[in-house]
Design a binder for this molecule. Structure first.
Ligand code: PGA
Length: 222
């Protein structure tokens, strides 16, 4: 069986003390689930990357870090930006093209392309979010996450896509994936993941709301 990714997208949530609670819970309870063929990735806000790195090391947890975004520029005079070289100090992965960034930050396809190129230059592994089967898939993306905006819980409604619909979309994307892993994201929870696990070509999940509480995140792994 191919490796399954479980990516916790914390979005703009958590403080340092909450991160302590999260990882200390994982330290206690992660051993209760099988991690065979599973790659666990946590994507905290930039401000918590360093704290997460330290706690993962402290508890020797089998978890990698991802940034939720990266600057479309290299280092230099770009006030407020965090560039790929800086991200690389903490994380192996970076999420690019999330629909919330398109919606609230009006991120464009050419910005996404620059972000991917900056990330590739720094050897960060790019997880590109796409919103439907017509979305552009960039050459420099290594992992693709299909997340229909209507299914994302933070958009209010959060109508999770049916396993059958996801299967259809994955089939239609297949020719453009070139062997890259494809993940699903959008209201994934302990109740629906068992159904999604039956989708043969699904290589894992990008998880928002259900990844915030450590017990809920662990429940997705069993
Ligand atoms: P959700 O978010 O699991 O809360 O729907 C997923 C995502 O936006 O990555």
């Amino acid at each position: 069986m191919d490796k399954q990714y479980y990516i916790a997208n914390w979005k703009s949530n958590k403080t340092e003390s909450e991160v302590e609670v999260f990882f200390s819970y994982l330290h206690e309870h992660l051993r209760t689930v099988s991690l065979e063929n599973k790659e666990l990735i946590v994507a905290p806000p930039f401000s918590l990357l360093s704290k997460c790195r330290d706690l993962i090391k402290k508890y020797s947890l089998p978890i990698e870090l991802a940034a939720q975004n990266v600057s479309s520029f290299p280092e230099g005079a770009y006030t407020g930006e965090v560039n790929a070289k800086q991200v690389k100090e903490y994380a192996k992965f970076v999420i690019i093209g999330h629909s919330e960034r398109k919606k609230y930050q009006h991120e464009t396809e050419s910005e996404i392309e620059n972000k991917i190129s900056e990330s590739n230059d720094q050897h960060l592994t790019v997880i590109q979010c796409i919103q439907d089967e017509r979305s552009q898939i960039h050459k420099g993306a290594s992992i693709i996450a299909y997340e229909p905006p209507s299914a994302i819980s933070t958009f209010g409604v959060g109508e999770p896509e049916s396993a059958e619909d996801i299967r259809e979309v994955f089939r239609s994307l297949n020719g453009r994936l070139n062997g890259r892993p494809i993940l699903y994201g959008g209201s994934v929870n302990a109740g629906n993941i068992l159904e999604y696990n039956k989708i043969e070509i699904c290589n894992g999940y990008l998880i928002g709301g259900s990844s915030l509480k450590p017990d809920s995140f662990i429940s997705l792994l069993s």
